[in-house]
Design a protein around this ligand. Sequence first.
Ligand code: BGC
Length: 404
Amino acid sequence: REEGLFYGLDLGGTNFRVLRVQLGGIEKHVVNRESREVSIPPQLMSGSSSELFGFIASELAKFVADEEKCANVLSNGKKRELGFTFSFPVKQRSVASGTLVKWTKAFSIDDAVGEDVVAELQTAMEKQGLDMHVAALINDAVGTLAGARYYDRDVVAGVIFGTGTNAAYVEKANSIPKWEGELPNSGDMVINMEWGNFCSSHLPVTEYDRELDKESLNPGEQIYEKLMSGMYLGEIVRRVLLKMSLQSSIFGNIDHTKLKTHFLLRTPHISAMHHDETPDLKIVAEKLEENLEITGTSLETRKLVVEICDIVARRAARLAAAGLAGILKKLGRDGNAQEQRSVIAIDGGLFEHYTKFRECLEITLGELLAEYASKSVAVKHADDGSGIGAALIAASQSQYRNVE
Ligand code: BGC
């Protein structure tokens, strides 16, 4: 039913995105959407809270300024409304506020921990003279679920396989012991699992993972995420290659400076090597040279590199599929011959761009769930699900909603 113009702001990876969505109500759904992606200067990821939010607000102000020329949006004196997708663990007691529990992925800004991120953004926007109201604070997994369910009622979960990983699903409110308030009318409630922080002695953690964790920005945390998300897969492969190179002569007598540099080998690089179909593995040779200054490798060595990429990506995909199967099991949608369709909406660069990750995830789901083969369970790519979801949630929380 939601109608009107809404803004989205998406902060979670190495880029942030600003988004403008025109909602056309029940018939037309999303009439128009425009977005702009801005990369975050690395020093802002570990600076101060006011620097980060100041930068974001100034970019948002630029984006809004462009609209002024073409639209008659604020002719009715309303404030612009924003859905803020903030993809980090937050303690959230109301729809438009939440305090940051801890940073994950590549962020570490100490003075923001424990603070209300909506208030920080609101202050930064005011400093920019930007007249905008934050209508809702949303996690990207929740936004993906909302965006996908808007189009398809059979969507039961929203999942992110990107820089980080997380899942949100729809639970029966009366199955949530932690909930103390009144039960919602629908009887349902969304759970943001923050599953990236899952840890268990059953996880296949190796010496490479242990060292990666120890030297990370958040040791001891986000272990499931560190085994399978886009921020870390390249880094795991780098660590394996480094050890092999130090213990053997596979790369010849090389200078190890590059190979020793953390995060120099990124997941898009290992994806390119893993998908190399040239007979002499030309792309593998190129990536090794460009990123790690390793030259003159033999075909045999390049094959070995591909195999390492395969092992690391396959482990990630199988662990990811296990998480999805876990959600369906919890929902009782993994049983025999379901009448109901269950769809899991997935977003994130790893799922979108790393074909072999995605293929292996789907094959594994087939192994774990008979329903996947029978098509009563499906996964689908929710393209920009979280942006649309954020605008939708903002619209549903709009302060003007009841006035209209
Ligand atoms: C964060 C989650 C987020 C996920 C995907 C994790 O590191 O803790 O809140 O949903 O990344 O962006």
